[in-house]
Design a protein around this ligand. Structure first.
Ligand code: SIN
Ligand code: FE2
Length: 230
């Protein structure tokens, strides 16, 4: 048993010490475990309003990961390119609002990783079924590259590949479990990353799937944005 040194009711739950991945990038194992049930319920509601869909990338390939979004902006792709949009192209309506619980959790995670004042305006929801994968890529469609990416994993485990800003550097493999949070920003903001083909399995709460939430500052009017680059 450990003593509770913090009287503050808002103090984060205990979790393992941040595990460094690279300068500006850490893994917060189990950071989202306490709130995972509530996160999953919110995801259910979001995907009822904005269903998961397999997007087509500009090359014509259909992604094996199914996606949706919540927040002021959502990431989408079609044959003409990748972009953030304020509305869901399927319905023409705004993306579902980002729940306050998502904002609080990710601000705490970003702070634990050394990034204060994180206020995401976009949350990409990725759903992986067995066999789904995400090839190595950089997240660089966001308007505010001074803010980190905060990534929350739920459900089945995945092998996360994390490299550097150079595509030719061989990525390191990390097993991400239900409740793990990864944060990358600063010198690692443009690191290449991806997810290896998902193994089959059954998760007690989520069944045969993994849900990943990535939080981004996608708009140009973010509080953290320091320059006027368009
Ligand atoms: C992403 O790169 O958007 C998702 C990463 C993950 O699923 O862990
Ligand atoms: Fe990404």
């Amino acid at each position: 048993m450990t003593l509770n040194l913090f009287e503050d009711e808002d103090a984060p739950p205990p979790y393992a010490a941040p595990e460094p991945l690279a300068p500006g990038a850490v893994l917060l194992r189990g950071f989202a475990l306490d709130g995972a049930q509530a996160l999953m319920q919110s995801v259910q509601q979001i995907i009822m309003a904005a269903p998961l869909r397999h997007l087509v990338v500009p090359g014509g390939h259909t992604m094996s990961v199914a996606m949706s979004n919540c927040g002021a902006l959502g990431w989408t792709s079609d044959r003409s390119g990748y972009r953030y949009t304020p509305t869901d192209p399927l319905s023409g309506r705004p993306w579902p609002a980002m729940p306050d619980g998502f904002k609080r959790l990710t601000a705490r995670a970003a702070a634990a990783a050394g990034f204060d004042g994180f206020r995401p305006d976009a949350c990409l929801i990725n759903r992986y079924e067995p066999g789904a994968r995400l090839s190595l890529h950089q997240d660089r469609d966001e308007g505010d590259l001074s803010a980190p990416i905060v990534s929350v994993s739920l459900g089945l485990p995945a092998v996360f590949l994390f490299g550097s800003a150079r595509r030719s550097d061989r990525p390191v493999r990390y097993r991400l479990l239900h409740g793990d949070v990864a944060v990358w920003g600063g010198p690692s903001r443009l690191a290449y990353h991806g997810v290896a083909p998902m193994a089959d399995g059954e998760h007690a709460g989520l069944g045969r799937q993994r849900i990943n939430l990535t939080f981004r500052c996608a708009g140009h009017d973010s509080r953290r944005r320091a320059d006027a680059q368009g």
